[in-house]
Design a protein around this ligand. Sequence first.
Ligand SMILES: Nc1ncnc2c1ncn2[C@@H]1O[C@H](COP(=O)(O)OP(=O)(O)OP(=O)(O)O)[C@@H](O)[C@H]1O
Length: 254
Amino acid sequence: MSQTLLETAGLTVRFGGHVAVDAVSCAFRAGELTAIVGPNGAGKTTYFNLISGQIAASSGTVTLAGQDISRLSVAARCERGLGRAFQLTNLFPNLTVLENVRLVIQGRRGRGFSLFSMASAEFELTDAALVVLERVRLDRLRDHKVAELSHGNQRKLEVAMLIALEPKVYMFDEPTAGMSVDEAPVVLDLIAELKRDSDATILLVEHKMDVIRTLADRIVVLHNGALAADGPPAEVMASDIVQEAYMGRELEDV
Ligand SMILES: Nc1ncnc2c1ncn2[C@@H]1O[C@H](COP(=O)(O)OP(=O)(O)OP(=O)(O)O)[C@@H](O)[C@H]1O
């Protein structure tokens, strides 16, 4: 079995008297896609926020590749390989689609271009960005400003930017939310491709059962902020807690 890449231990956050994430200990392995499920308000997004550093934990730790990253900023966690597709907040609306992806690749490679190689570096950056845009089928919109794109295309661009970042851990929070039936498969195919072709650790918050069935190697269930079940999809879906609490309502309804 692959080694653990990301781990949370006793991860907890309280908002006033409310424990939104309650001592969640969970290890995520390289090459594994874990779906994180649970009813509205179960703490899924808050758990993501704690892992990526958007909010600080009240207690507990987050470890990436054996190093405690609990006190690092969002940017420092990202540099170490934690990549998260945000709800459109990391897009530059007034730049073009191509410029947005180029910025990510440029940031990843650092500023190591010499003056003499500047021109070829520019071409190389554009080529690398176009390869990523082709994967999400946004290459024909390369020169459009992001603000002009449909919601679905903005979300696809978000996935493209995450892929361009080449993180070790991919975190997707309902990646197809708000997408049309034509748009969603492109993103789901990409996630399936990432899973097949890389050794990445993928965390997916998802409500749609068909998506979970197709993609997940494992399901983690959060309930009232705490870990309620964790295991292979068939086992977790058949478990009493999921059958009673979620299968009949929350997940199936969506
Ligand atoms: N900044 C905050 N301040 C106070 N309470 C918060 C804050 N963020 C989240 N909460 C509360 O923590 C709980 C968990 O919320 P969270 O958004 O993580 O749930 P979720 O499982 O992602 O739900 P959904 O499926 O609806 O997105 C909720 O009760 C929510 O109201």
